[in-house]
Design a protein around this ligand. Structure first.
Ligand SMILES: [Zn+2]
Length: 320
């Protein structure tokens, strides 16, 4: 195999961003496999979902949103702690930054390391990286469910923890009135999964079952196009589950017979490649994904913290 450029370090072409109005006052910005963001209008305020990687990147998204509404941002909801989704927070000038309690703990435990790791892996997303003023700290956390009354006859936005998955603190945003689900990185629509901080077996079973049980008519995943209609929504959930299941099967088989991490990587890559190899960030993610799953199967309960140095070590070991 030819030497591959580290993670997404050579992926520098601009992606086209598409702003979609999913229902009256419900917005999604997708970007050809780059991280998605969203916004929901309350009667006299806005809820933004995800913050992008830097304030400069976030300001560009807000400028587009401002073509539709000038309401102030009361809530900024973070689906999980990953740097490319949270470090743009200061641009929103939000009254409240909401996340799961585990997300706050993860920021404290590994936010700094994750920042360096992710900006090294995905330099294109780190638009004007020096505009980030520091770590993003949630100011309101919850453990199970938090409901935001949108005011008027707009109904509720329900923020729900569905169990451990992409991280140990992912939450989804559910609009029962419109049956629209913002799923964060728990579901990807035709983009590869990043599972380097994941709990694969929980994610592939109970957590995705709970996501699917909303019965959404539209789903905004972490990356990829908006899924519209029950069929597409269920397909996105099941595609995510399939990716995880193939990984679990392949890595387990090598692990159980006393093989090596490198063998597990080769076998998993081969098993996923035909169906998923052309999807965004597939080659970028897989070494980190297999490495974490190997640890999980070895009884390492919580993901080992990724640092810029560890990223390179695992990459050089597997992706050569
Ligand atoms: Zn993530």
């Amino acid at each position: 195999m030819a030497q591959k450029a580290f993670a997404s370090s050579a992926d520098l072409g601009e992606k086209e961003q598409t702003l979609e109005v999913l229902a009256d006052g419900v917005y999604a910005l997708t970007a050809e496999g780059d991280p998605n963001v969203g916004a929901i209008e309350g009667e006299d305020f806005l809820v933004c979902f995800e913050a992008m990687a830097t304030p400069v990147a976030a300001a560009e998204w807000l400028a587009r949103l401002r073509e539709h509404t000038d309401k102030p941002v009361r809530y900024l909801v973070l689906s999980h702690y990953h740097a490319v989704r949270v470090l743009g927070a200061s641009a929103f000038d939000a009254d409240v930054i909401v996340a799961h309690e585990n997300t706050r703990a993860l920021v404290a435990e590994r936010g700094k390391e994750d920042w360096e790791s992710e900006f090294g892996r995905m330099p294109r997303l780190a638009k004007q990286a020096d505009s980030v003023p520091g770590l993003t700290w949630p100011t309101l956390t919850f453990s199970d469910r938090l409901t935001i009354d949108l005011g008027g006859d707009r109904g509720d936005l329900v923020l729900q923890y569905c169990g451990r998955g992409h991280t140990e603190g992912d939450i989804v945003g559910w609009l029962p009135r419109h049956r629209i689900l913002f799923a964060g990185d728990l579901v990807e629509a035709q983009a590869a999964l990043y599972t380097g901080d994941a709990f694969h077996r929980d994610w592939a079973s109970g957590t995705l079952d709970r996501v699917k049980a909303f019965g959404a008519e539209a789903l905004v995943g972490g990356r990829g196009a908006v899924s519209r209609g029950r069929e597409e929504v269920d397909a996105a959930v099941e595609q995510t589950r399939h990716f995880l299941r193939v990984m679990i099967d392949e890595v387990s088989a090598v692990h159980e017979r006393g093989g090596t991490l490198k063998e597990a990587f080769g076998r998993t890559h081969a098993a996923l490649y035909d169906q998923y190899g052309h999807w965004p960030i597939f080659e970028h993610c897989l070494p980190f994904d297999v490495s974490r799953l190997w640890d999980e199967l070895s009884g390492i309960e919580r993901p080992v913290i990724w640092t810029a140095e560890r990223d390179r070590e695992v990459w050089d070991q597997l992706q050569d």
